[in-house]
Write a protein of this length. Structure first.
Length: 547
């Protein structure tokens, strides 16, 4: 991943308007003269630190989160290096803007705030031309692609082409979190239509105004996309993001052993959740093998977490059948049990021999779980009764309310700490402010996928692994859990601060790359010093010298 150089023949104006090369007022006098841009810039020559201070001053003047989002996206369009630097240095603060929850609002309003293309749009009617369309992307060295079809954006449902905000946001996190340079990143939106009536009736909607394509025709579109990537960007990792669950599981099964790919909603969520659970085990002196997990929601996130917990348990020597028996699910129809007819394939391994139970509270009373994990997209389902019942059964109940955005969380941090008398080990999908109960302040950590996917991606890219394996997610979860300190735990965090994301990603990447070599999947020569090797591939947000 070599330094940036400006291709010969670009005009000064083209350089200034290209976010990859632009340095704004930080072009030195020598560069201004050599590149013939001295007349296009004001006389001041700033350092990147001065530019960053100016950006932050502007940022703090924005009064709403969506304005902050638009401002940051403007900076991304204008100056990638400065954008990256600002994000790296203020990641914890900007995460809720660049990603959930504000990105959800941005996606809803995407057609109205759309400025410039930030990735490749592959519309259904262009099928047959996807190789050609991917070749239109200016960077020829793409290493990671985040793709969505916009069907299940966060917990917000079908947002069609407006879902493009998600791949863009995820790739910002790859860049900030793991130092993967933007020129190696490609956001892709596959537009197969939308079933969102509001969007279809919106005169400004920027996507295809047609019902979603389903069945074989849909699978052919995805197949053409995956094969086009192999042809145009053969070294790229494909991250599937926010696909509806009727497609997500099938696509993962179809492609995980054929190409270098993973599904973040299923596997990334599972990884970060397992890391939180492992940290909870470590600091409360418990064993994963002794827990009973009860999930609210049996979709991509829930069964993905369940399957990774099973893998972790199997690694401790438990049989797969006993390991599955540790995980129970309640979905919209009640407890998932064997006698239920028409169960989706992903729920079947968790359908145990038990009498039907109609609701979540009754399931807690029947199964006496040590941990409840909310991945239902249903706000407030971990209510006072649920939390008090968990507290009556457990000394330290584990409460993960993972649904996004904040308005969909199963409970707030305040509710969790209040109704468990401050005894719970809590994690959420959306950020919550610190909570003080009886004089003790809890600063809960967010079980955010951003802790893991950048590092996993970096490890895969560095080793040029040909596949992303279940073992890599286990290794990443273990590594992340190992980064949680006693000080984090003492203030209620099961995750380290996001501001330390770069070293976290580096450690995860090293663990993943090591495993890629062990599993015979790496496609580069094994370096002697893996840490130094991976680190050398991380982009630092500093300007190159052009002259
Ligand atoms: P999904 O649509 O695949 O699954 C949702 C599940 O919830 C389904 O099984 C559905 O039956 C169940 N459900 C719906 N209503 C219910 C009810 N009233 N009672 C019980 N169950 C009910 O969605 P998903 O991808 O699994 O995501 C679920 C939630 O998890 C979303 O809000 C998403 O934002 C969140 N999520 C969070 C993270 C994270 O924090 N790291 C990651 C991924 C997903």
């Amino acid at each position: 991943m070599a330094d940036i150089t400006i291709p010969k023949g670009l005009s000064g104006r083209e350089i200034i308007y290209d976010n990859l090369y632009n340095k704004g007022t930080a072009f030195t006098n020598e560069e201004r003269i050599a590149l013939k841009i001295d007349g296009l810039l004001p006389p001041v020559v700033n350092t990147i630190e001065e530019q960053e201070a100016r950006v932050m001053e502007n940022y703090y003047q924005k009064s709403t989160d969506i304005e902050k989002y638009i401002f940051l996206m403007g900076l991304l369009d204008y100056n990638l290096t400065l954008f990256n630097r600002v994000l790296v240095n203020h990641l914890e603060e900007m995460m809720p803007i660049i990603y959930t929850p504000t990105v959800g609002q941005a996606c809803r309003e995407y057609s109205h705030i759309y400025r410039r293309p930030q990735g490749v749009f592959l519309a259904a009617h262009e099928k047959g031309r996807y190789v050609e369309l991917l070749r239109q992307w200016p960077s020829k060295d793409v290493r990671v692609i985040v793709v969505t079809d916009g069907e299940r954006i966060l917990g917000l449902g079908d947002l069609g082409t407006s879902g493009m905000g998600i791949p863009v946001g995820k790739l910002c996190l790859y860049a900030a979190g793991a130092g993967i340079h933007f020129r190696h990143c490609l956001p892709v939106m596959i537009d197969v239509g939308t079933n969102n009536a509001e969007f279809i009736n919106d005169p400004h909607y920027i996507g295809l105004k047609q019902e979603r394509i389903r069945g074989e025709a849909y699978d052919e579109i995805i197949e053409e996309f995956v094969m086009a990537v192999q042809a145009v960007f053969p070294r790229a990792l494909i991250q599937f993001e926010d696909f509806g669950n009727q497609n997500a599981f099938r696509l993962l099964e179809n492609y995980r052993n054929r190409v270098c790919t993973f599904n973040d909603d299923i596997q990334g969520t599972a990884c970060v959740s397992l890391a939180g659970l492992s940290a909870a085990m470590r600091f409360s002196n418990r064993k994963l093998q002794d827990q009973t997990f009860l999930f609210l929601g049996a979709g991509e996130a829930g069964t993905g977490i369940g399957e990774l917990i099973v893998s972790a348990l199997v690694k401790t020597g438990m049989s797969p059948a006993s390991a599955h028996q540790r995980c129970w699910f309640v979905d919209s129809k009640g407890l998932v049990v064997q006698s239920r007819e028409g169960l989706a394939a992903h729920k079947k391994p968790f359908a145990h021999d038990h009498a039907p139970v109609p609701d979540f509270l009754s399931a807690i009373e029947a199964l006496k779980p040590t941990a409840i994990i909310g991945v239902s997209g249903q706000a407030g389902k971990f209510d006072k009764d649920v939390l008090q019942t968990m507290t009556a059964i457990n000394e330290q109940p584990i409460i993960f309310a993972l649904s996004n955005p904040t308005s969909k969380a199963e409970c707030t941090a305040r509710d969790a700490y209040t109704w468990t008398e401050g005894r719970c080990l809590f994690s959420s999908g959306s950020p919550f402010d610190p909570v003080t109960i009886d004089g003790k302040t809890f600063t809960p950590g967010q079980g955010n996928n951003a802790y893991v996917f950048p590092g996993i991606g970096l490890g895969v890219i560095a080793s040029q692994a040909s596949r992303v394996t279940e073992g890599m997610f286990l290794a990443a979860a273990e590594t992340l859990a190992g980064q949680v300190s006693q000080a984090d735990y003492d203030i209620g965090r099961l995750y380290p601060s996001l501001n330390t994301i770069r070293p976290i990603s580096l450690h995860i990447a090293v663990a993943v790359a090591e495993l890629a070599f062990e599993e015979g999947l790496a496609r580069v020569e094994k370096p002697e010093d893996m840490m130094a090797f991976v680190k050398s591939q991380m982009f630092e947000p500093q300007y190159p010298n052009y002259v």
